[in-house]
Design a binder for this molecule. Structure first.
Ligand code: UD2
Ligand code: MN
Length: 287
């Protein structure tokens, strides 16, 4: 059902603003984990526009959303994620663009730095209202979990299968988070210093709280996810420095992060594909 209104002076139809909570949401469902190829996705989702842009056809969206996915060597997870997210976001009437930020080579993976790189590179296309920072392997199950930003930073991935659909711990901030552009700038993004697995998500919440921002969550039934089961990747070993680094999180916040990431990376390639904008970067994890 589209919501057209006619302006009786100009005799033109204008689209009405999308409802905050669309009527055709369906609630909790199982994820779809069947194997799917990139070309099958391209064939299935003809509504995708170059660079991975999806937008509501029947109403005017309230905000523009960028979904940033840190990535290396997880194509099957990426395809499953898109297979679930595209119909999910369509039902939610989200104006969204997908960005995959791929770390090149075999330097140790740095999830935090990749989000900072993603934010800066995405800004060159468009200043999105809302940035959703999304693991490649985690599937939202309830479309009442609205992929939008509000005045407070949101932790989306509250209840994950691997933690029996319960919040892992009170200050857990992993998996999927969302912030408006101004807030990501205000907190100076992620730390770039977490090289390898772990604790960069805790550091991010320390940054949020240190700027007196309040993190919000939906209830666990709404914010329910499945993480596709996987082993630890080669090149993403547990970071032995992670707990030491966390102790200085607040002190480092303003001097290290989004404002210093430019010295850590180079863009090697950028492609506007049907399903996403793909940005390949080399990271040097020193200093
Ligand atoms: C947990 C958190 C995650 C992050 C991580 C610690 C959940 C659901 N997720 O994930 O947010 O805090 O711990 O760093 O609790 N990736 C690649 N290729 C690689 C390595 C990583 O694409 O070789 C990306 C991918 O988007 C992946 C994410 O980094 O989802 C996190 O890595 P993980 O899934 O291996 O770590 P996990 O599940 O322990
Ligand atoms: Mn994972």
């Amino acid at each position: 059902t589209s919501s057209l209104t006619m302006n009786t002076t100009t005799m033109e139809y204008t689209l009405e603003t999308c409802l905050e909570k669309p009527k055709h949401l369906i609630g909790l469902r199982l994820g779809n984990y069947s194997h799917v190829t990139k070309s099958e996705l391209v064939d299935e989702y003809i509504e995708m526009e170059p660079g991975g842009h999806l937008r509501p056809q029947n109403c005017k969206p309230g905000q523009t959303v960028a979904i940033i996915i840190p990535y290396r060597n997880r194509s099957s997870h990426l395809h499953i994620l898109l297979h679930n997210l595209i119909p999910f976001l369509t039902r939610q009437n989200v104006d969204v663009t997908f960005f995959v930020i791929e770390q090149a080579g075999n330097s140790t993976f740095n999830r935090g730095a990749l989000f900072n790189v993603g934010f800066l590179e995405v800004e060159k296309f468009h200043r999105f209202d809302c940035y959703i920072l999304h693991d490649v392997d985690i599937i939202p199950l309830n479309d009442h979990n609205l992929y939008r930003c509000s005045e407070n930073p949101r932790h989306f991935a509250v209840a994950i299968n691997k933690h029996n659909y319960k919040l892992h711990y009170e200050s857990y901030f992993g998996g999927v988070v969302g912030l408006i552009r101004e807030q990501y700038l205000q907190i100076n993004g992620h730390s770039n210093l977490y090289i390898g697995w772990g604790t960069e998500d805790d550091d991010l919440l320390i940054r949020v709280r240190n700027k007196n921002l309040t993190m919000v969550r939906y209830d666990p039934l709404t914010a329910r996810y499945d993480m596709i089961q996987h082993d630890r990747d080669v090149g993403n070993a547990e970071n032995p420095m992670r707990l030491t680094l966390r102790k200085s999180a607040a002190r480092r916040q303003d001097v290290e992060g989004l404002n210093t990431v430019t010295k850590h990376y180079q863009v090697l390639d950028m492609k506007l594909e049907t399903l996403y904008t793909w940005i390949t970067v080399s990271l040097n994890n020193s200093g």
